[in-house]
Design a protein around this ligand. Structure first.
Ligand SMILES: Cc1cc2nc3c(=O)[nH]c(=O)nc-3n(C[C@H](O)[C@H](O)[C@H](O)COP(=O)(O)O)c2cc1C
Length: 202
């Protein structure tokens, strides 16, 4: 069974990002996947303190809300990172998760260990913002690419929506929820994602 873990980086529970991830999850579960959503906001995840503690082991020495998430990532077949745009960036709690994947990066590139959990996984990104900014997602797509690389996930694609502001606005977008559902179904069935309409392929 495909295990899909979704990291939800919006502080607004029941907000747009949450709804989009939920749509993906509902359809993924209907197609036989196991899903787990993990809310990052309010979770005690210290940003990387650059102590070098993982340099020899690839294991982070901090013990906080991130600690159990390493195992969650290892077990996952698919990691969904979901964050609204805050100041042209992912949210701070999402960035804390990304920074703490430094231990995984060390394991991969310095210690040359095999893939996390002995397998590669897929990575997909969900994001949205209020404005129509042409470059709205340019910066975060680069961040996400390096995050997925550190956790041995192939960056398969992203659903990105502009003009989404007040809570629930995503439900009024003409295609977003349908596209997230389709993505969920494709991920659950291990299908090639090129058939998912609206998916940005990096
Ligand atoms: C602190 C903060 C910063 C934001 N910065 C941006 C931004 O730079 N560009 C943008 O398009 N929207 C920005 N927004 C709007 C949110 O991305 C938008 O309201 C989004 O729908 C929130 O998603 P959520 O309901 O999942 O939290 C910002 C919102 C907040 C609260």
């Amino acid at each position: 069974m495909t295990l899909i873990t979704g990291f939800m980086g919006s502080p607004r529970k029941g907000g747009n990002t949450d709804m989009l991830l939920d749509a993906l999850f509902v359809e993924a579960a209907a197609h036989g996947a196991e899903t787990e959503g993990i809310s990052l906001a309010g979770r005690d995840i210290t940003p990387c303190i650059e102590c070098g503690g993982c340099d020899e082991t690839g294991v982070c020495v901090l013990n906080d809300g991130m600690t159990p998430l390493y195992e969650k990532i290892e077990a996952s077949d698919v990691v969904v990172l979901a964050s609204p745009i805050f100041f042209y960036n992912i949210t701070a709690s999402t960035q804390a998760l990304v920074e703490r994947s430094q231990a995984c990066w060390v394991g991969k590139y310095r210690l040359k260990r095999g893939p996390l959990g002995g397998k590669m996984r897929k990575g997909v990104f969900l994001s949205l913002g209020a404005t129509q900014g042409k470059l709205l997602f340019d910066g975060v797509l680069r961040v996400v690419r390096y995050f997925f690389d550190a956790i041995d996930a192939t960056f398969e694609g992203a659903l990105l929506y502009r003009g989404i502001e007040e809570r629930g606005a995503i439900l009024r977008h003409p295609t977003a929820i349908k596209e997230a559902r389709t993505l969920g179904a494709f991920l659950a069935e291990g299908k090639d994602l090129s058939g998912v309409e609206g998916l940005f392929r990096p």
